[in-house]
Each structure stands twice: as structure tokens, then as C-alpha cells.
Design a protein around this ligand. Structure first.
Ligand SMILES: [Zn+2]
Length: 487
């Protein structure tokens, strides 16, 4: 069989693959096997197509457990983190034509190698609107984030891998103190406390140790993800807890969601290939291959876990706000860094802020009533594919109304000043938003106490006036049952 060269290989690793070349390679793969197609998910801000390669499973539909659905995303941060896309093209070839072909007996794949074509073309981590796509999953203001969010909802993957890279030299921060970070690969999991506990536990207690063990055993020392170290005096945390990140938003859809990050050496160092892309791609590919082996070995456990979660829709109480705090049981962590002057490895100690504190635990309300600012809220709901109806004639409902004010710190966000529960007239034009199908997503977006709410962003934050009633009213679950019983 002739080996189909990826664009990176065709050009002898002398430059990154361009978006058009990636698209062309995906179209080439389609002609090489059966059950494979290229799906157009949308367009980037600059108009580049956002493409996914779908490789159907050969597993008979009646067989239990059903095929595992796996979504892998590369290069959300464009040319700044180019190796994810390059590795995913090689991985796709190995699944279609190479040694990974047997995995299709158990797995259906959706591969999105080039999640940010604008960033690749503009030599940037952002899209052409200068937005970091990976932080846009609350507002969904960009076509790229909408496309990723929609494919998660429609393809309903059981497991996601979101592949990133990180420069070990941060010139403007840690580099000034004379250090570069020292790691070979790190994984994190969806860790927002809004994610169903069973999913978080399985990802953290089962998948994460298995991945770290498997990749380390292949010679790449691997750890749980540590958020960027920009100072030797900062506290240490794992990855961010907000659902504005793709990893967490995807997990809230009911999926096991993982992040991969591998290092980039300083650009100034002499490298055997353009920006060391051959070595970087090798590391990504190794991690992706081990990821597939780890989840394939757990096929029979993952499918019922995901199916049960989606059926129950996680109705137990959960916290709206969470933050990293000092782990009092284990207050210090030692992390190796590398000195820039002599490349010596030095173990430094940091405060360990990897414990998570949670606030404002609530039960899922039945419904929200939006009484003002309905246009921007309706547009947001539409982007999140959340159904709502518009009130035609005035109705009387028993509602919970609150006033909100700013907390003492940015982290606190908004706090409840007072709360009343009473019958109230709802005028025509108001939006009625049912929460049941969406589960926890809408309270995370629309309750000002949430760490992930739209009110963390200026255009929405300025709609909250502490002097008057908040314009989104709550109808609680028990109340809706009483109403339906009384007809
Ligand atoms: Zn990244």
C-alpha cells in the first residue's frame, strides 16, 4: 500500500501545513477507504471551512456495548499550537489505512484536526476576530466555538480529547525570573463542579491515572495538567474550572472530556525541523495513540456510564460557583523548573491551591422567565440551541425574584441582596425558558452567582442594577408540579 503523505511530510517538515492543504488531505483520505466522510461544520471568521473527518465504526449496531464515539480536536490555538493538527492527520491515516484500523471495530471517530484555520493562516493563537476560541463557550460569540459546541451536541461523543501545546519559555513572565517550565506531557479532565459527579470521578480517578501511566511508560514523563506557571511565587492550580473553556463545556453535555498539552521548546533554540515541528508532532501523536488504547480498553465501562448519565440528566443539587483554594492537608507542592542560564533542573516549592471550594449549591429550577433584555438573551439561547417560548398574553405565575449586587471581589461575581417569592404578572413579550432538557447549562449561564455566567462579561454585567429586581425570574420545580396538578 502506498503511504499517503501528510502535507507536513510532503514539505519535509519545512513549514506548517496550510489550512487548504489540510482540507485537501482530508478529502484524499475519503477516497482511500469506506465509511469515511468529511463533514463541514461551518466557517471560520475569515471564511475557511471548518472540517471534521468522520470514520464510521464497523461494529454491528446490535452488538453490546455499542460503538464508542470519540471526538478529537486539534490546534484550537492555531499556528501557535500547530502540532495537534499535524498529528491528527497522521492519526487519521493510521486509523484508516494503518495499524490503528482494528480500533474501528469498537470506535466511531470524529476528528477535527484544524479547529482554528484563521489562527493557522495568521500565525496566531486566535481567530481573525482576535478571539481565543477556547474561552468562548459561555458567549459562543464566534462561528468556530459554535461549530465545536454543536458537533458535541449532535455527535454526542462519549470521550473527547482536546489537544494543545504550550511554550516552555514565557518571555514576559517566568522567563524574566530566569526559568522555563519543565514537562513532557500533561492531561487534564473536565473539572467544573457543574459536571455530573460520576463523570468527573471516572475521568479523574480512572482515565487520568491510566493516561499518565501509559504515556510515561512510552518514555514521555507525564503529569496532571498544571495551569501556566508565570511566576515562582504564584499558587499552583490545575486547569480552569469555568465552562467558558471547551473542555468543561463539552463535559457538561455529558461526555468524558480530556485536555492534552505537550511542550514547545524556545523558538530561538536550534531545531532539526521548522520550529521543531517533527519532535512536537511525534509527542502529540504518541499521546493520542495512548489515549485511544486507554479508552478502547475501557469500552465496556464507558458506554454504560455515559448512557446512564444522559438518561438521568444529573438532577441532583450542584454548586454554581467554584474556585481553587489552598489545600490545607497538603499546602506545599514541589515542581521542577529549568534554569535558562545553565539548563539546570531545579525543584521549587509553591503553595498548593489545587483544592476546590464550592458556593451557592442549588437545585435545578423548572423554568426561567426573562422579563427584559429579551433580544440579547434570546440570541444567546439560540446559539446554545436552548428552546424557549415568547409569552403572548399576560399570565400570573408564582416566581422567585431577586436583587443582585456585586460581591467584594471579582471572583465572587454577583451576590443575592434579597429574594422574594410571590405571584406576579408576566407581561407579553417575556421569554419562558424550560430548564429540564438543558439540565445544568442554563443556570450556569443565566444565574449571576455562577462562575460561568454571561454576567461575567461587560455587555451582560451592565444589565444588572442592584437597585431593581433582576430581570430573570425563577419558577421552581415543586411549584410547577403544584400548578400542573391544579390544572
Ligand atoms: Zn492551547
Amino acid at each position: 500500500m502506498t503511504r499517503l503523505a501528510t502535507p507536513l511530510e510532503q514539505h519535509g517538515f519545512s513549514r506548517y501545513s496550510r489550512s487548504e492543504e489540510i482540507a485537501e488531505f482530508l478529502r484524499c483520505l475519503v477516497t482511500e477507504g469506506s465509511g469515511v466522510r468529511v463533514a463541514a461544520l461551518g466557517h471560520s471568521a475569515l471564511g475557511h471551512p471548518l472540517l471534521a473527518l468522520n470514520l464510521a465504526s464497523t461494529r454491528p449496531a446490535a452488538l453490546h456495548p455499542r460503538a464508542l464515539r470519540v471526538l478529537m480536536v486539534g490546534s484550537q490555538h492555531g499556528a501557535s499550537e500547530a502540532a495537534g493538527a499535524e498529528a491528527l492527520l497522521m492519526l487519521a491515516r493510521a486509523i484508516l489505512l494503518g495499524d490503528l484500523a482494528p480500533l474501528r471495530e469498537a470506535i466511531e471517530f470524529m476528528l477535527i484536526p484544524n479547529a482554528n484555520p484563521d489562527g493557522r493562516e495568521l500565525d496566531s493563537s486566535k481567530n481573525a476576530n482576535a478571539i481565543n476560541i477556547n474561552r468562548d463557550f459561555v458567549l459562543l460569540s464566534q462561528s468556530e466555538s459554535v461549530a465545536l459546541d454543536t458537533v458535541v451536541a449532535k455527535f454526542a461523543p462519549d470521550v473527547i480529547l482536546d489537544a494543545h501545546e504550550s511554550a516552555i519559555l514565557k518571555r514576559k513572565t517566568l522567563g524574566r525570573e530566569g526559568y522555563v517550565t519543565e514537562f513532557e506531557a500533561q492531561f487534564d479532565v473536565g473539572n467544573s463542579p457543574a459536571i455530573p459527579a460520576a463523570l468527573r470521578a471516572y475521568a479523574e480517578d480512572e482515565l487520568l491515572p491510566a493516561l499518565i501511566g501509559a504515556v510515561s511508560a512510552r518514555g514521555l514523563p507525564t503529569q496532571r495538567y498544571i495551569r501556566e506557571i508565570s511566576s515562582t511565587t504564584q499558587p499552583i492550580t490545575n486547569g480552569g474550572l469555568s465552562i467558558r473553556r471547551f473542555r468543561n463545556k463539552a463535559a457538561l453535555h455529558g461526555t468524558l472530556s480530556l485536555l492534552l498539552e505537550t511542550p514547545m521548546e524556545p523558538q530561538a533554540d536550534p531545531h532539526p525541523t521548522y520550529r521543531n515541528i517533527a519532535v512536537r508532532t511525534d509527542k502529540q501523536l504518541l499521546c493520542m495513540r495512548e489515549f485511544l488504547q486507554v479508552i478502547h480498553a475501557r469500552h465496556a465501562a464507558i458506554v454504560p456510564l455515559i448512557d446512564t448519565q444522559r438518561a438521568t440528566n444529573a438532577l441532583e443539587p450542584w454548586p454554581l460557583r467554584s474556585e481553587y483554594v489552598l489545600d490545607t492537608a497538603d499546602p506545599v507542592i514541589t515542581i521542577p523548573l529549568r534554569r535558562r542560564d545553565n539548563a539546570e533542573r531545579v525543584a521549587l516549592t509553591f503553595r498548593n491551591h489545587r483544592a476546590v471550594a464550592t458556593h451557592h449549591t442549588i437545585e435545578l429550577p423548572a423554568e426561567y422567565i426573562v422579563t427584559a433584555h429579551t433580544a440579547p438573551v434570546a440570541a444567546l439561547l439560540a446559539r446554545h440551541r436552548s428552546p424557549f417560548t415568547v409569552v403572548n398574553t399576560a399570565i400570573r405565575l408564582r416566581v422567585k425574584a431577586r436583587r443582585f449586587g456585586r460581591g467584594r471581589t471579582v471572583h465572587e461575581g454577583f451576590m443575592v441582596l434579597d429574594e422574594t417569592e410571590r405571584e406576579r404578572q408576566v407581561e407579553p413579550g417575556a421569554l419562558r425558558v424550560t430548564l429540564r432538557p438543558g439540565g445544568r447549562l442554563l443556570p450556569m449561564l443565566l444565574d449571576p452567582r455562577s462562575s460561568s455566567s454571561i454576567f461575567r462579561y461587560p455587555p451582560f454585567a451592565r444589565l444588572i442594577e442592584s437597585s431593581s429586581e433582576f430581570f430573570i425570574l425563577e419558577v421552581d420545580g415543586k411549584e410547577s408540579i403544584i400548578r400542573s396538578e391544579s390544572g
